[in-house]
Design a protein around this ligand. Structure first.
Ligand code: GCW
Length: 707
C-alpha cells in the first residue's frame, strides 16, 4: 500500500516554493525498492551544524521520496549501509578510496560510490563537502538514476561561487522582478525566517558558497553596528550550509559614516578607518567573506575621485581584509559618460594596464560581455586579457534586459556560449571558462558571480522557469564546462516530472528560448535598444542627454545603414581581442552574423548569408521570434496533464504576456527602423497592426526593479 504522504503529494497543488528540492515520490517500483534498501541504515554522526543539516535533509527527502524513515547509527553493520563520513573514520571508506582522489576533491568536493552492491559511501574532506555530497545523492534519487556502480568524484572548479543581491536596505531590489528583498532588516536580528534556511539549502544544493547581500550601488549604513548585528544573524543562519556572507563597500564610507575629510586610498587615516572597520566586522562574523565593490561607475564614488587607479582602491581594501582571510571582488564595470571612447572599450582600457598590480586577495569581477547583460554580447575582452590578475565572471541571472520575470528565457545557453568562446589568449582552446577557473594562467583565486533573480515572491523568482536560471548559474559556477542540455534535464526532472514525454519538449522549449528572445528583441547583433531607465520593452528611438544610455548611440540607424562600427575602420574595439578572434570579428564577411551589427555598420541592402537583404533578414528574425514564442505556447498547452494546475496556469499566463510583448517588440522595432530603411516589411510576415506613434507613446510607470 502506498503511504499517505504519496497520495497527498499528488493531490496538492504546487506554488513553486520548493524549487528543485521537491523530493517527489519515486515512481519506478523496482528502483524504489532498491533505494529503500540502500538507505535503511545511515551511518552519519550529526555532531556539527553542517552534518545536522545533512541529516535533516536526508530525513525530509527520504520520507517524501521513499516513504521511509531511515535509522541513523554510528557504526557500519552488515550490508547496505549508507556511510557518510570523513575519510579516516571507517574501514569501508579507507579501503575504498584513494589518496589521490581525496586530494582531487579538495575541501568542498565529494565522492559518491557504491561498493560491490553493498554499502554506499559519501566521502568528503569537510563537513560542508559531505553536505554537498548528500545533496548530490538526493538529486540522483530525484532523477531516478540507478545506483549500481555509481561512482562520482566531483569538486568545484571555481572557488567563489556567489550570488550578488542588488538589494537595498529599504527592501527594494534594483533590477529585481520577484517582489522585495528576502532580508527583513526591520525584524532582524531577532526574527530568522525559515525562508533564510530554505534559501541557504537551495544554494548549497547546487554548491553556491557565497552571497553578497547588499546592492553594489551601496549604502554605507550596512557597515554600522546596528546593521552588522543583523548581518551576523544572517551569516549565522547560512553558515551550516557553507554559505559565506559578503558585503558591498561604499568607497566614501569613511566620509559618510565618520566625517573623514577624504576617502583617498593613500591617506593614512582612511586606511586606518578601513582597518578598524574590518576588524569590527570580523568581530561579528568571524568567517566574513569580504567586500564586493562598484567604484567609479554610474555615480558611485571611487579612487578616480583622488586620481588613484582601480588597483590602488582595491588594494587598500584588500590589505584591510587580508589578515582575516577576506577577499575583495572589484568590479570592472567602470565607464564614464564624459569619455569620448566607445563605451564597450572603456573597462578594458582601464584595467588592462593594471594587470599584475592587484593584490593576491583581489579578484576583478568582469561582466560576461563588454556592455551590459544584453540578450547577446560577444565575450568581454578582459577574459584572456589579464594574465596576472585574478578574474571572475559576473553573469546576470535576473533578466533586466531579457523580459524581466515574465519572459521564459533559459539562460544556460547564454552562459555556455560565453564560457565556451575561445579567446585564443594562449593559442587555440583558451576558452573563457579556462580564464576564470585558473587552468589557463594558474590564478589562485577564482570565481563566478550571478546577479540574483530572487525575491519574496512565493516561488522565489517570479517566473517558475526563472528558478532554472538560479539552478543553472549554480551548476555552472561549480563546473563551467557543463552543457545547457544536461542542466535543463536535471532541473526539469526535479522541478516537474521525470516523464520523458514532458522532459523532452520542455527541454527543447528551454534550450531554444534564449535564441527566441534574441530574435524578438535584438537580432543580428543589435543591442541596448530597450526603453530608457527601467529597460522594459522596446525603445529603439530613445535619445537623451547621456548618449551612452540611449538606443541611438548603439544602433546608429540612418537612411543608408545601421550598426556600430567597432571594426578596425571604426572604434577598433576588435583590437582588444586576440588574433584570430580580432580578425574574425573585424571582417563583416567572417564576423558571426549574430554579432554583425555589434561590430559593423552595414547598408540596408547588404546581403547576409541567407541571401536576404539585411532589412528583410531583420524582419524575418523579428517575426521568427514571435512565431517561436507561439510554438512555446503550443508546447506548454500540450503538456497540461503532466503539471499541477497552479503552475500550469501560471506559466500559461506568463507565456501569454511573452507573446504579446514579442509582438510589441517586433512591430515597434520594424516600424521604427523602417523610417530609415524605407523598405517594405516583407509580405510573408505578419504586418504591424498599430502605428509607430502608438508604440512610441507607450509610457510604463512604476516598473519593478527601478526606483
Ligand atoms: O545593468 C546596469 C543596471 C544598473 C546596475 C549596473 C551595474 C547595480 O542598469 O541597475 O547597477 O548595471 O551592474 O552596476
Amino acid at each position: 500500500m502506498l503511504p499517505l504522504v504519496f497520495i497527498f503529494l499528488h493531490v496538492f497543488s504546487e506554488d513553486g516554493y520548493r524549487l528543485w528540492l521537491r523530493y517527489a515520490p519515486v515512481e519506478n517500483a523496482v528502483l524504489l525498492q532498491k533505494y529503500q534498501n540502500q538507505v535503511k541504515n545511515i551511518v552519519l554522526k550529526a555532531d556539527t551544524p553542517s552534518l545536522k543539516a545533512a541529516k535533516t535533509e536526508l530525513e525530509t527527502a527520504l520520507l517524501k521520496m521513499l516513504g521511509i524513515r531511515p535509522v541513523f547509527t554510528e557504526t557500519v553493520e552488515g550490508r547496505n549501509n549508507l556511510v557518510i563520513e570523513l575519510p579516516d573514520d571507517f574501514d569501508v571508506i579507507k579501503n575504498n578510496t584513494g589518496a589521490q582522489e581525496l586530494q582531487v576533491i579538495g575541501n568542498e568536493g565529494f565522492i559518491l560510490r557504491q561498493i560491490k552492491n553493498e554499502n554506499f559511501i559519501i566521502v568528503a574532506n569537510s563537513h560542508v563537502g559531505l553536505l554537498y555530497g548528500v545533496f548530490r545523492f538526493l538529486q540522483i534519487l530525484q532523477q531516478e538514476q540507478p545506483l549500481p556502480e555509481l561512482n562520482v568524484v566531483d569538486a568545484p572548479k571555481t572557488q567563489v561561487r556567489i550570488l550578488n543581491h542588488w538589494d537595498n536596505l529599504d527592501r527594494t531590489v534594483e533590477r529585481g522582478y520577484a517582489g522585495f528583498s528576502l532580508w527583513d532588516w526591520f525584524r532582524l536580528p531577532d526574527v530568522i525566517h525559515p525562508r533564510y534556511i530554505d534559501y541557504a539549502r537551495a544554494n548549497a544544493s547546487v554548491g553556491i558558497n557565497g552571497t553578497a547581500i547588499t546592492n553594489v550601488n551601496a549604502n554605507a549604513q550596512i557597515l554600522t553596528p546596528v546593521y552588522l548585528e543583523k548581518v551576523k544573524a544572517l551569516a549565522d543562519a547560512f553558515r551550516p550550509y557553507g554559505l559565506k556572507v559578503y558585503l558591498t563597500a561604499r568607497f566614501s564610507a569613511p566620509m559618510e559614516l565618520d566625517n573623514l575629510p577624504t576617502a583617498d586610498p593613500h591617506d593614512k587615516q582612511v586606511q586606518d578607518w578601513w582597518n578598524r572597520k574590518v576588524e569590527e566586522i570580523y568581530s561579528y562574523i568571524p568567517d566574513f567573506g569580504g567586500f564586493l565593490v562598484k567604484a567609479d561607475s554610474e555615480g558611485q564614488p571611487g579612487p578616480h575621485n583622488y586620481n588613484r587607479t582601480q588597483a590602488e582602491g582595491a588594494n587598500m581594501l584588500a590589505d584591510a581584509v587580508a589578515p582575516f582571510g577576506g577577499i575583495v571582488m572589484w568590479r570592472a564595470f567602470v565607464y564614464d559618460q564624459h569619455m569620448p571612447e566607445d563605451r564597450t572599450k572603456q573597462a578594458y582600457n582601464e584595467f588592462k594596464p593594471l594587470d599584475g598590480k592587484f593584490r593576491d586577495n583581489v579578484i576583478v569581477q568582469v561582466k560576461n560581455g563588454p556592455l551590459d547583460f544584453q540578450p547577446r554580447e560577444p565575450f568581454h575582452p578582459l577574459f584572456g586579457g589579464m594574465e596576472k590578475t585574478n578574474l571572475m565572471m559576473e553573469f546576470q541571472i535576473t533578466q533586466e534586459y531579457l523580459g524581466f520575470s515574465t519572459h521564459l528565457v533559459f539562460l544556460a545557453p547564454l552562459y555556455e556560449e560565453c564560457l565556451q568562446f575561445d579567446t585564443h589568449a594562449k593559442g587555440k582552446g583558451s576558452t573563457v571558462a579556462k580564464t576564470i577557473d585558473g587552468s589557463l594562467y594558474g590564478q589562485k583565486l577564482t570565481g563566478m558571480a550571478g546577479v540574483s533573480n530572487i525575491g519574496t515572491d512565493r516561488n522565489w523568482t517570479g517566473h517558475p522557469f526563472g528558478q532554472a536560471n538560479w539552478y543553472a548559474f549554480g551548476r555552472l559556477a561549480w563546473n563551467p564546462y557543463l552543457g545547457s542540455r544536461e542542466i535543463a534535464n536535471e532541473w526539469i526532472k526535479m522541478t516537474f516530472t521525470k516523464n520523458h514525454d514532458f522532459v523532452r519538449p520542455v527541454k527543447k522549449m528551454m534550450l531554444d528560448s534564449r535564441e527566441t528572445c534574441v530574435n524578438y528583441m535584438t537580432p543580428l547583433g543589435l543591442h541596448h535598444i530597450m526603453a530608457a531607465g527601467h529597460h522594459h520593452g522596446p525603445g529603439p528611438w530613445v535619445e537623451g542627454r547621456r548618449p551612452d544610455w540611449t538606443a541611438i548611440y548603439y544602433h546608429r540607424a540612418s537612411a543608408d545603414s545601421i550598426g556600430f562600427n567597432r571594426s578596425s575602420s571604426g572604434s577598433n574595439a576588435i583590437g582588444q581581442y586576440h588574433q584570430p578572434v580580432a580578425e574574425l570579428f573585424d571582417n563583416s564577411k567572417s564576423c558571426p552574423e549574430e554579432f554583425l551589427l555589434w561590430f559593423h555598420r552595414v547598408p540596408w541592402d547588404y546581403r547576409v548569408k541567407s541571401g536576404n537583404t539585411l532589412w528583410d533578414e531583420m524582419a524575418y528574425r523579428y517575426n521568427q521570434g514571435v512565431n517561436d514564442v507561439r510554438t512555446m505556447q503550443q508546447t506548454w498547452n500540450s503538456l497540461k496533464d503532466f503539471v499541477d494546475n497552479e503552475r500550469f496556469r501560471y506559466v500559461e499566463s506568463l507565456l501569454g504576456i511573452q507573446e504579446k510583448e514579442a509582438v510589441w517588440w517586433r512591430n515597434s522595432c520594424l516600424l521604427y527602423f523602417q523610417t530609415f530603411s524605407n523598405m517594405p516589411i516583407p509580405d510573408a510576415i505578419e504586418q504591424p497592426d498599430k502605428t509607430l506613434e502608438y508604440y512610441m507613446g507607450i509610457r510604463e510607470l512604476y516598473m519593478p526593479g527601478h526606483h
